[in-house]
Design a protein around this ligand. Structure first.
Ligand code: HEM
Ligand SMILES: *[C@@H]1O[C@H](CO)[C@@H](O)[C@H](O)[C@H]1NC(C)=O
Ligand SMILES: *[C@@H]1O[C@H](CO)[C@@H](O)[C@H](O)[C@H]1NC(C)=O
Length: 321
């Protein structure tokens, strides 16, 4: 009697475990938060990965203070197009049928830092040939860049593989500085990112530069088109929460920043979050790190999908595991 009851509760337990596994696997297939990545992915295959990426970025920022900002933006523009698969890094190549994403309006004469990614890849290939994907390089570079600029650090889920195609149509649809708040919210929501993610991630405009024709001022100080302005006018190269204080004063550089306060739908959605982050850098840092992990989990290629590129600019000619 006791034995039969315990064996039936044991089989119920088994059934529950099996069900949970099936359900959670289904959720992962639809871009769940774990996405099959692991922060210890290269611990045995290439333990020096993070140190190597960090050293190359450190070297690069000595001559170009903007590099950390440029690198995190590459991860964003990679993940928003086809998921975080390194597609943004591919150059035009007719023989592989590749049309580069680098020339769409959101990237043309704007996305930068590609030679630093090349330097990172070269250093990693020397230390651990054929192991670290270009998609993971962007994810790691983003985290290291934030940390070097004084922002939060977080453990970066790794194990992404590189895609073998680009997606021009999707790249043409990257968020624009002239999008309304509603459009921005839709573009983020499509990728599983909510209002808190939107407000936290735009906090990356705490560093880096913008060309004046994209700003609220639109070059009216008499500069030439393409002239650079600091995205954060208070602390241009520091990752902090000052950006949100500037938003509260209506002085953000990009229209797409300011809509988070000024748009008719902002009061009920993004504005309270802007105030929260302006009031607490600790709160911002915690949320920024969580949102970066979420963004980095957008549809990665894992397992035997994709490849580990030898050069981030080109797909491999033959499968390369
Ligand atoms: C909400 C949608 C977003 C829009 C519309 C937007 C738009 C822009 C624009 C127009 C620029 C200036 C580009 C130029 O003048 O060449 C810029 C720069 C930048 N963006 Fe965003 N952005 C968005 C979200 C993000 C996110 C999610 C991140 C990272 C997590 C990010 C990080 C950056 C950084 C760091 C820069 C400066 C890059 C540099 O100096 O090279 N942005 N963004
Ligand atoms: C990229 O920008 C340059 C300068 O604005 C322009 O001449 C060129 O046509 C653009 N390329 C594409 C593909 O739009
Ligand atoms: C910025 O100014 C230029 C030149 O006056 C104009 O053609 C352009 O439409 C303006 N941009 C915006 C977004 O208003």
């Amino acid at each position: 009697m006791a034995a039969s009851s315990s064996s039936s509760s044991a089989s119920r337990l088994l059934l529950t475990v099996a069900l949970v596994l099936v359900l959670s696997h289904g959720a992962l297939a639809h871009g769940g938060s774990h996405a099959g990545l692991s922060s210890s992915f290269y611990d045995s295959s290439c333990p020096s990965t993070r140190d190597i990426v960090r050293r190359v970025i450190q070297d690069a920022r000595v001559t170009d203070a903007r590099i950390p900002a440029s690198l995190i933006r590459l991860h964003f523009h990679d993940c928003f197009v086809n998921g975080c698969d390194g597609s943004l890094l591919l150059d035009d190549d007719a023989s592989s049928g590749i049309r580069t994403e680098k020339k769409v309006p959101g990237n043309n004469r704007s996305a930068r830092g590609f030679t630093v990614v090349d330097d990172i890849k070269r250093a990693l290939e020397k230390a651990c040939p054929g192991i670290i994907s270009c998609a993971d390089i962007l994810a790691l570079a983003a985290e290291i860049s934030v940390e070097l600029a004084g922002g939060p650090s977080w453990s970066v889920p790794l194990g992404r593989r590189d895609g073998t195609k680009t997606n021009i149509e999707s790249a043409n649809d990257l968020p624009s500085p002239f999008d309304s708040l509603k459009i921005l919210q839709e573009k983020f929501k499509k990728l599983g990112l909510d209002n808190t993610d939107l407000v936290a991630l735009q906090g990356a405009h705490t560093f880096g530069r913008a060309q004046c024709q994209f700003t609220q001022q639109n070059c009216t100080a008499g500069q030439k088109r393409g002239s650079l302005v600091n995205l954060d006018v208070v602390t241009p190269d520091v990752f902090d929460n000052k950006y949100y204080g500037i938003l509260l004063k209506g002085r953000a550089q990009l229209p797409s920043d300011q809509v988070m306060m000024s748009d008719p739908v902002a009061a009920a959605t993004t504005a309270p979050i802007v105030r929260r982050f302006s009031g607490s850098q600790k709160d911002l840092f915690k949320n920024f790190a969580a949102s970066m992990v979420k963004m980095g989990n957008i549809s990665p290629l894992t397992g035997r999908d994709g490849e580990i590129r030898k050069s981030c600019r080109r797909v491999n000619k033959k499968p390369y595991y």
